[in-house]
Design a protein around this ligand. Structure first.
Ligand code: AMP
Ligand code: MG
Length: 404
């Protein structure tokens, strides 16, 4: 996280800023609303005209004008008079309250101009009126730099005359799978080969993180070849992600490549799955070498790369929501690392329950597709978590800003 910063800014149409971070303070050019107006269809008058009105002794007023939305009435309203007014229409200068249609009786006519209407209750100053400048004053900042803009915010901006806004550029992410056993998903693998599934999961993770992924061709297990690929990608993209060849096998080259081509900063993380996590900087570009095992690669992206990609887009929340849940079944912790097991959260009257997937192999995507959280077994000595133990769970697919 300390090695990445927010990228440069771009100006976009406000609809395209949805879910992204405002990179500047955005202010209204006018008061919102620009004028006091009726919040209901009804009749406008001064509240004092209705003082003492009761069902037995209603106050009767003549309807002297009509103000639809978009029109304007600047005449007087004398004793014994009122104005028919529609929702959104400007409140006449001479009025200070609106009484909704539904509670007004008709004495003569149809309630429109020229009719006489009856009020069975008093009104208060300000009834059914939205004040001028109620939501914002001209020049007031309505969305601050650093704020995530939601769809309602886009409407607010439009109302305030802001149609284009600056946000942080989405990072471009190169995705390179390494492994001489890999073939494209369009091919049927021959003997000893498997399909490259990681690149597609990681590209999807990148999209989900707000980034723009490019899946580059598979790179065989070859030091020079991988180095050339990483160097080329580092020159062209904002972030480079590789998968495979991250451990200490005879054909694992990503650590050596990063060390040789740039600055190697990290090679392991005390977690499972996915201990081998390589990170470094090559010609100024972050390069992250994920393990090849699908669940390990996925976890590395979710826990380490995603926060970095979000920081590059100006976000300030980086942790997925966590909840405590009662364990269904038992969990054996065989390894001192922090373990993230794929699991499903459900809820009963007493709170959350968590059911870990039966197959926790790091080689599988399937259990993650079916899961909605990782259940965390904290780092420390091997132990057993019994049925009912209260476990920390990291929720997947829920935005970091959400409070649970
Ligand atoms: P490695 O990290 O290269 O030792 O790979 C660990 C395991 O993950 C091996 O079984 C690989 O075949 C598998 N693997 C590596 N890369 C991919 C990939 N792109 N898609 C699916 N599985 C992979
Ligand atoms: Mg390999």
């Amino acid at each position: 996280m300390s090695r990445v910063e927010a990228l440069d800014v771009e100006e976009v149409d406000i609809v395209d800023i949805i879910g992204r971070v405002a990179a500047e303070d955005l202010a209204s050019d006018i008061d919102i609303s620009p004028f006091a107006h009726a919040a209901m269809d009804g009749f406008a008058m001064r509240a004092e005209q209705l003082a003492g009105a009761t069902a037995e002794n209603p106050v009767e007023l003549d309807v002297i004008a009509e103000v639809p939305a978009g029109a304007w009435y600047d005449g007087d309203i004398k004793e014994g008079q009122c104005v028919r007014i529609m929702t959104g229409a400007p409140l006449p200068e001479a009025a200070d309250a609106v009484v909704k249609y539904e509670i007004v009786g008709i004495v003569s006519g149809d309630g429109r101009q020229g009719s006489r209407v009856a009020f069975a209750k008093p009104a208060s100053v300000g009834d059914n009126i939205r004040a001028a400048g109620e939501e914002a004053k001209a020049g007031e900042v309505i969305v601050h730099a650093g704020e995530v803009v939601h769809s309602a915010g886009v409407g607010f901006l439009a109302g305030c005359g802001v149609t284009r806004a600056k946000t942080y550029r989405r990072p471009t992410v190169a995705i390179i799978a390494t492994g001489s056993e890999l073939v494209d998903p369009t091919e049927v693998p021959t003997q000893g080969k498997i399909r490259n599934s990681n690149s597609y999961a990681l590209a999807a993770c990148a999209v989900d993180a707000g980034a723009i992924p490019t899946v580059l061709p598979i790179s065989p297990d070859d030091f020079e070849g991988l180095k050339a690929e990483v160097l080329a990608a580092a020159a062209k993209y904002d972030f480079v992600v590789t998968s495979g060849g991250a451990a200490n096998g005879d054909y694992d080259f990503i650590k050596k490549v990063v060390d040789d081509a740039g600055e190697l900063l990290m090679v392991t993380v005390n977690m499972r799955p996915g201990k081998a996590q390589t990170f470094g900087i090559v010609n100024g570009t972050p390069v992250f070498g994920l393990p090849g095992n699908p669940a390990a690669a996925y976890l590395g992206f979710e826990m380490i790369i995603r926060p970095a990609l979000r920081k590059m887009q100006g976000y300030s929340h980086f942790d997925r929501p966590h909840v405590k849940a009662r364990l269904i079944g038992t969990q054996k912790k065989k390894d001192p690392r922090r373990i993230f097991n794929r699991a499903t959260l459900s809820k009963d009257d007493e709170g959350y329950l968590v059911t870990p997937a039966k197959n926790q192999s790091s080689g599988l995507f399937g259990p993650i597709q079916k899961a909605n959280c990782f259940v965390v077994l904290p780092e420390g000595d091997p132990c057993v978590y019994e049925e009912g133990a209260l476990m920390d769970c990291v929720m997947l697919d829920i935005p970091e800003e959400v409070l649970l």
